[in-house]
Design a binder for this molecule. Structure first.
Ligand SMILES: [Zn+2]
Length: 638
């Protein structure tokens, strides 16, 4: 295997740091779920990626787990009970009886009801929560869950193909042990659900690089920096169409370098949405696989406990290629360009290569623009400190984003200068939305087309306040074994509906409610505190060699249906190298009961999260003789 045969990364050497212990989460059921016909989100892509990962023998360098699906109680650590209850009970058969709820929870067009919806959410969230729990317990240095990364889901509504926010749940889990968690989002869309959840806290810094300007979800302006204790702990880098590998690298690395320098996180969550790749069905960036993976490699180079998640990505074959390659980056494995034969080989026609190339599309991000935004972002970062604030203070009423009118005006000017007419501020967007006559279905579709998905209720922000005292971080989100779940609301302030056009924050008082709960901290079991080295490397055994992944054969998968694979119908609008359709949702087999694995070192009373991962379960062989049904895709809705 000559070097020329390998996918090359940019300036960051592959696997520049010491060997990492990688835990990889995969549930073979995931590919059996399907959104409605023609929907761009295809869970089957996770199975494609997994197949490549196995064919490249990456399992030899990581441990593979099938997570216990997140339960209702676990989901309600972030989401409201009534929303989760709805997700649990609604089915395609009974959905007509829930019209009011569908509207209330934004379930419908973009976020359709499909068979096994709740189980699908459970698998996605379970992997992220268990990944976080293993990082907490120092059972691994890196945890990977390609079924996660669903960053648009809100506390009490679905959004942008996302229902349950596995990222927020994973971060909450990390916050039990980690003082500061950094969230990085390289999806083409703004990571709005995660930002919103942690908008008022300095315990989590969210950093999102995304297309901004007439694009879903419409949020993520440079000047949206967080409020209250969270001011300057939300970072947004708005981008234009067509950004290239070099341009992206030129902003990503300095921003993340400064984030690390000023914020000094103890753990990182990296959302690797694949819709920022060139040629994505919904995206508009021009990143190659190498450019995308450079972000993964760069984040890895800091050597912090890291949870790596999937996200968007709507050209399946490219998402699979990239996530497989990035798994290789994480385990430090060079990967040959030509794909090994695998059961989905035909997806990768005509070149059958691992690579995703960029195109010759125009890059609308000028160097001047990128430098200016980078400078503004770094300037904001200088105003942050690494320590979560200890003292709780009243949050003074301030304009939205915590800026003075002058500051806002200044930024508006900057935005106007830079964005010319391609850009729409949130304010203007809201006006646009409102003028569009209360969401006629047709308007909705127009917006979908323009934005990649629809945006509803743009003026509503639901804040969750996770501010705590200096003591540990018992966010009580952990996955209690008894299923009693949480006394919910403990960490969550009441919903704060804020109209951004209002320029004032309502209900700040509600956020203060959480403060009262501090008294309870003493009663709670203290998680064992790790020794944190200077580099923030929470007692990692960096040098431990990675043993061969313990992979067990899965006994028998309860196959409920096995239809012969009919002739495949190519996806209508996919260009050359069409992807065969993924199997339509079949009746999903019940999750396998997994043997519990005792955790001797767990603190006696700590609600230990998800201690029962069984080393997986060799998924592929069992599951992947597809129960494919012909899914013909009409021209997609957007
Ligand atoms: Zn996306």
């Amino acid at each position: 295997m000559g070097d020329s045969n390998m996918a090359q990364l940019g300036s960051v050497a592959l696997n520049g740091t010491s060997p990492k212990k990688v835990a990889y989460f995969y549930d073979s059921d995931i590919g059996n779920y399907a959104y409605v016909t023609g929907h761009p989100m295809k869970p089957h892509r996770i199975r494609l990626a997994h197949s490549l990962i196995m064919q490249y023998n990456l399992y030899q360098k990581m441990e593979i787990y099938r997570a216990k699906p997140a339960t209702r109680g676990e989901m309600t650590q972030f989401h409201t009970d009534d929303y989760i209850d709805f997700l649990q009970k609604v089915t395609p058969d009974n959905m007509d009886g829930y019209m009011r709820e569908q509207g209330k929870y934004n379930v419908g067009d973009d976020c359709p009801v499909f068979d096994g919806l709740f189980e699908f959410c459970g698998i996605s969230a379970g992997g992220s929560m268990e990944g976080a729990a293993r990082l907490n317990r120092q059972k691994c240095d890196i945890a990977v869950n390609w079924a996660g990364g669903l960053h648009h889901a809100k506390k009490c509504e679905a959004s942008g193909f996302c229902y349950v926010n596995d990222i927020v749940l994973g971060i909450l889990e990390l916050l039990r042990f980690m003082k500061r968690v950094l969230y990085i989002d390289i999806d083409v869309h703004h990571g709005d659900g995660v930002e919103e959840a942690f908008y008022t806290t300095d315990r989590v810094m969210t950093v999102s690089f995304h297309k901004y300007g007439e694009y879903f979800p419409g949020t993520g302006e440079l000047r949206d920096v967080g409020i209250g204790q969270g001011k300057h702990y939300s970072v947004n880098f708005p981008l234009r169409d067509g950004i290239t590998d070099d341009s992206y690298k030129s902003i990503f690395e300095p921003v993340i370098e400064n984030v690390m320098k000023y914020y000094q996180p103890e753990a990182v969550v990296l959302q690797c949405g694949g819709d920022s790749l060139s040629g994505d069905r919904l995206g508009c960036f021009n990143l190659s696989m190498d450019g995308h993976a450079n972000c993964v490699n760069y984040v890895k180079s800091f050597g912090l406990p890291t949870l790596v998640l999937g996200g968007g990505g709507y050209t399946m074959r490219n998402v699979a290629r990239t996530w497989a390659f990035e798994t290789g980056v994480l385990v430090g494995q060079d990967m040959e360009r030509s794909l090994p034969y695998n059961e989905y080989y035909e997806y990768y026609a005509p070149d059958f290569e691992l690579n995703v190339r960029s195109s010759n599309m125009e890059n609308s991000n000028s160097r001047e623009y990128l430098e200016k935004i980078t400078a503004a972002v770094v300037d904001n970062l200088r105003q942050t400190g690494p320590a979560p604030s200890v003292q709780m203070q009243d949050v003074p009423r301030k304009p939205f984003g915590g800026m003075t009118d002058e500051e806002e005006a200044e930024l508006d000017d900057l935005d106007e200068d830079e964005n010319k007419d391609t850009r729409m501020t949130e304010h203007r967007w809201d006006k646009h939305v409102q003028n569009d006559a209360e969401f006629e279905a047709s308007d909705d579709e127009d917006m979908s087309r323009a934005n990649g998905a629809t945006r509803l209720k743009a003026n509503k922000r639901t804040f969750t306040d996770f501010r705590k005292g200096e003591t540990d971080v018992e966010s009580d989100n952990a996955t209690p074994r008894d299923g009693k779940s949480n006394d919910n609301g403990k960490e969550q302030a009441d919903e704060d509906t804020h109209d951004v056009n209002d320029d004032t924050i309502e209900d700040i008082g509600a956020m203060q409610e959480a403060d009262k709960e501090f008294a309870r901290d003493e009663e709670l079991p203290q998680p064992e505190k790790q020794q944190v080295d200077e580099d923030g490397d929470v007692g990692m055994t960096d040098s431990a060699p990675v043993e061969e992944a313990p992979i067990k054969k899965e006994e028998v998968e309860p196959e409920t249906a096995s239809e012969p694979r009919p002739a495949e119908k190519p996806v209508a609008e996919e260009p050359a190298g069409q992807e065969p359709p993924e199997p339509a949702a079949e009746k999903t087999p019940a999750p396998e009961p997994k043997p519990a694995e005792a955790e001797p070192e767990k603190p006696a009373e700590a609600p230990e999260a998800k201690a029962d991962e069984a080393p997986v379960t060799e998924a592929m062989e069992v599951d992947e003789k597809d129960k494919t049904k012909d899914e013909k895709e009409p021209s997609p809705a957007r």
